[in-house]
Design a protein around this ligand. Structure first.
Ligand code: ZN
Length: 242
């Protein structure tokens, strides 16, 4: 089986459509969304609809929870807060119901899927260091764990002796004695210096995982954001991938 895993769309419809164009050419691939469908971008409703109408298995992210008032947004930075409040103001009751129905963590075909971290997923912590990763390997019992949240694509490997290391590439074969945490990056707001939308394909028969990038019409998204009066900082960062 092949899985097409993506995360952090953040209301960026152009980026999501580019990713879906790739998905439509992939045969027998199960799509999975790791959450943060909304927040930051100008098309939260359309992104929800695109995922819901395709019956894509999706998790919930912290920005989704923020938009439907499930979490306190006082710790959000001012730009994120402004975008969340704008998003909240345009979502409908059925959008709220849909986001509220999404799970925080789940298992699928030998994978653990979660937006932030397998340890205490609703704390919305980040995995920034190998130390963070090491403790998170203790919180799932599958070989692989796919995450989003940081918007930085990365593969972290754990050897049988418990030692963790950052894979130097974004593609790898999976040996039976290694475990991995794979951050699939962000569709709608990459922050690794590459503005292209990110997604991953996991092939459990070949035993491979690879993170890909695809271009989208950034200008179009930026123009919509300007029209809606969203913060300049959020508009500019898209083209920088920061
Ligand atoms: Zn996010």
């Amino acid at each position: 089986m092949r899985y097409f895993i993506f995360s952090d769309i953040h209301g960026n419809l152009e980026a999501l459509e580019s990713v879906f164009e790739v998905l439509s050419r992939e045969k027998d691939c199960i799509p999975v969304c790791l959450g943060d469908i909304v927040g930051y971008g100008p098309n939260p409703r359309e992104c929800i609809r695109a995922i819901r109408d395709r019956n894509i298995l999706s998790l919930v992210g912290n920005h989704d929870h923020a938009a439907i008032e499930e979490i306190d947004i006082s710790y959000f930075n001012p730009y994120a807060k402004e975008a969340v409040l704008w998003t909240r103001s345009i979502l409908t009751e059925s959008d709220f119901t849909y986001l509220r129905s999404l799970p925080v963590i789940r298992k699928l075909g030998g994978m653990t899927l979660v937006h932030a971290t397998p340890c205490n997923p609703e704390a919305w912590n980040y995995m920034f260091t190998l130390f963070d990763a090491q403790s998170n390997f203790k919180c799932f019992d599958t070989q692989l764990c796919f995450v989003g949240h940081s918007h930085h694509p990365i593969i972290i490997v754990q050897n049988p002796n418990g030692e963790c290391w950052v894979h130097p590439h974004t593609t790898t074969g999976i040996t039976s004695d290694q475990r991995m945490i794979i951050n699939v990056g962000s569709v709608g707001q990459p922050r690794d210096g590459n503005p292209d939308a990110a997604y991953a394909i996991y092939d459990d028969e070949q035993g491979t995982v690879e993170i890909f990038r695809v271009k989208y019409e950034i200008r179009k998204t930026q123009e919509k954001m300007k029209r809606h009066g969203l913060p300049d900082y959020l508009i500019e960062r898209l083209e920088l991938g920061r």
